[in-house]
Ligand binder design. Structure first.
Ligand SMILES: [Zn+2]
Length: 111
């Protein structure tokens, strides 16, 4: 994903917009060095706890399809797909080969 060109919602400065942790929903927060305001430019879908998302990842890596994971956890199928893509982005490069291979086969990695 390309780095978005962020501008502060308060002072509209585009320089020195730095990362500032994450929201409980997992969205990247930013802080404007010019005025000090904190904001979340791309809020993620709210309402799903981190442990539910991790549970989805585990079920998926155990061999369930995304649709099965969605049904098991009673969440939207598209949400599960989004979560898996998010996780794939943060997964370390030295994954165990079977997991890496599975993720690659599912198209989660662009290698
Ligand atoms: Zn600002």
């Amino acid at each position: 994903m390309d780095k978005p060109r962020l501008s502060c919602p308060r002072c509209y400065s585009q320089s020195r917009q730095t990362r500032d942790g994450r929201t409980p929903a997992g969205s990247q927060r930013y802080r404007c060095a010019a005025c000090g305001c904190r904001y979340t430019p791309f809020p993620r879908e709210q309402g799903y706890a981190e442990d539910l998302r991790f549970q989805a990842l585990q079920l998926y890596l155990e061999g369930n399809s995304m649709r099965e994971v969605a049904r098991l956890l009673n969440v939207n199928h598209q949400s599960v797909a989004n979560w898996m893509k998010d996780y794939a982005r943060y997964l370390p490069p030295d994954l165990p080969p079977d997991i890496a291979e599975l993720a690659r086969l599912e198209g989660l990695f662009v290698l």
